[in-house]
Structures are given as structure tokens and as C-alpha cells.
Design a binder for this molecule. Structure first.
Ligand code: GTP
Ligand code: MG
Length: 252
């Protein structure tokens, strides 16, 4: 209500995902128009201010810094460290977001065909999706915090020949998330307790449609959480990063 002391919190978009997938590279590309020749493992969360537009003549491009046509919305892109030991840094940063509008979960499409990459990637994604689901279903939290946050799974590095097509990125992740869900809920459904008798606490810890055998991203719509998968690349030849930019521009 007080105008004099109000300050503006820009819409926030968080970049999360395992280490080495290209998050910092993407942020640098969006900020500077070119990707860095070298990056280092991120140890801290780092934000940059960017401008996106849905009505300017260059709305599909992140290279719109000079564009004066249309209206531009300032937003904060937050890069987070992906290393498993720094997961708490990323989660803590997400928790602190007051105007979180979207999450870009980046994956390495060229590595995701390997179980060593798929398993930890899906495990992190599981945590993120459950975090968002709980945020929506937590009614005690009556603040702005329970606005559903959409997720973009950015399938990066499609310039590499080993890259999986995005349809496979999606189905592989869904299959692995199903596996993780059944192992994390072991004892819950096996205990002989019928679905109707299960306490709300247990239901709350279940990702997606309660009691379903297979997980699919569509199940997140029950919580109004949209999940999209789009391929792209930051370096090399390919579709580039514009589709991701446009996805973000429409959600801030
Ligand atoms: P952490 O900070 O450890 O979480 O990693 P990160 O996700 O920030 O990854 P980073 O941006 O540091 O990139 C890791 C490596 O992937 C770098 O060597 C990048 O050059 C490379 N890389 C990023 N994007 C692409 C891409 O689209 N294609 C290819 N081939 N390599 C990429
Ligand atoms: Mg980084």
C-alpha cells in the first residue's frame, strides 16, 4: 500500500540442472550475444538482468538489446551451480525467489542416453518438480508463493551427433522419474494400505498423479504445472537458443 517505500522485484527465471550441461554458457549467450570460450564450474548462484519482449520486431531473439520497438520486460535470470554437492545452494536460491515465474531445467541431450547421466539428471528433476508441486499444494502458505511455476526442459548440446531427439529426452526422463518415484515410495503402496486410507502427508510426497504406475509430465497439470521439452544448443551448429528465449519471454 505504501508507495514511498515500495521497490520493484523483477520477475525471476531460474536456470537449474546438473553440472556441465551449459547453464552458465546459456546465461552468457543471453547476456552478451555470444557464448564464452571457457566456463568454470559454478559454485554460487549468479543473476543477470535481461529484457524480453512479446511484441517487438525482434521478439524471438535474445539479441534484442538495442531494439526499441515494442515493450520490454526486465527480468532476472538466475544461474545456479549444478554440482551435486552444491544442490543446497540452488535449492536455497529457489526458496528465496519472491517472483519466480519459470524454471529452465537444462539437460545434456548428448549424454542423456547414458544411464550415468540419466539417473542423476532425473533425480535432480524429481526434486525440482516435487518442490514446485509442494509449493502449489501447500495451502498453509497463503502468499503469492503458490502460483504455479512452469518448467522448460532445455535439451542442450543438440549440435553433438550423440544428442537424443527431444522426444526421447522426454520419454527417457519420464521412465526414469517413474522408477525413482516407485523406489522412493517403496513401502507406501506396498504396505497394503488402500489409496483411500493413505494420509495426506503421503499423498503430498508423491510426484504427479497419486498411485499411478507410470509418471508422465502431463500429470503435473493436476497442479497447473506445465512442463515443456525443447531442443537447442549454445555452441556449435543447430537450432540455437532462440526457442528457449521465446518460451521465457512469454512467461515473465
Ligand atoms: P555447472 O556450473 O558446473 O553447473 O555447469 P554449467 O551447466 O554452468 O555448464 P557450463 O556452461 O559451464 O558448460 C559446460 C561445458 O559445456 C562447457 O565446456 C561449454 O562450452 C559446453 N557447452 C555448453 N553448451 C554447449 C552446446 O550447446 N554444445 C556443446 N557441444 N557444448 C556446450
Ligand atoms: Mg555454471
Amino acid at each position: 500500500l505504501s508507495n514511498s517505500t515500495s521497490y520493484i522485484i523483477h520477475p525471476q527465471v531460474a536456470l537449474v540442472g546438473p553440472d556441465g550441461v551449459g547453464k552458465t554458457s546459456l546465461m552468457t549467450l543471453f547476456e552478451r550475444g555470444d557464448s564464452p570460450s571457457q566456463t568454470h564450474t559454478s559454485q554460487k548462484a549468479h543473476s543477470v538482468e535481461l529484457n524480453a519482449s512479446t511484441d517487438s520486431s525482434s521478439k524471438y531473439s535474445y539479441k534484442n538489446h538495442e531494439d526499441t520497438t515494442g515493450t520490454h520486460t526486465k527480468f532476472l535470470l538466475i544461474d545456479t551451480p549444478g554440482h551435486g554437492k552444491l544442490r543446497n545452494v540452488a535449492m536455497e536460491r529457489l526458496n528465496r525467489c519472491e517472483r519466480l515465474k519459470a524454471i529452465v531445467f537444462m539437460v545434456d541431450a548428448a549424454a542423456l542416453g547414458e544411464p550415468e547421466s540419466l539417473a542423476p539428471t532425473a533425480s535432480y528433476l524429481y526434486d525440482i518438480l516435487l518442490f514446485l508441486q509442494k509449493r502449489v499444494s501447500d495451502k498453509s502458505n497463503n502468499k503469492k508463493n503458490n502460483t504455479p511455476v512452469p518448467v522448460l526442459i532445455a535439451a542442450n548440446k543438440v549440435d553433438l551427433f550423440t544428442a537424443l531427439p527431444s522426444t526421447l529426452v522426454k520419454t527417457n526422463l519420464e521412465a526414469e522419474l517413474s522408477r525413482i518415484r516407485s523406489s522412493r515410495s517403496k513401502g507406501l503402496l506396498d504396505s497394503g494400505v488402500g489409496t483411500d486410507d493413505v494420509g495426506s502427508e503421503e499423498q503430498d510426497a508423491w510426484l504427479g498423479e497419486y498411485g499411478s504406475e507410470k509418471f508422465s509430465f502431463k500429470q503435473m497439470q493436476e497442479f497447473e504445472i506445465d512442463v515443456d521439452v525443447l531442443p537447442g544448443n549454445v555452441t556449435g551448429d543447430g537450432p540455437g537458443a532462440e526457442k528457449w528465449w521465446w518460451w521465457i519471454a512469454q512467461r515473465i
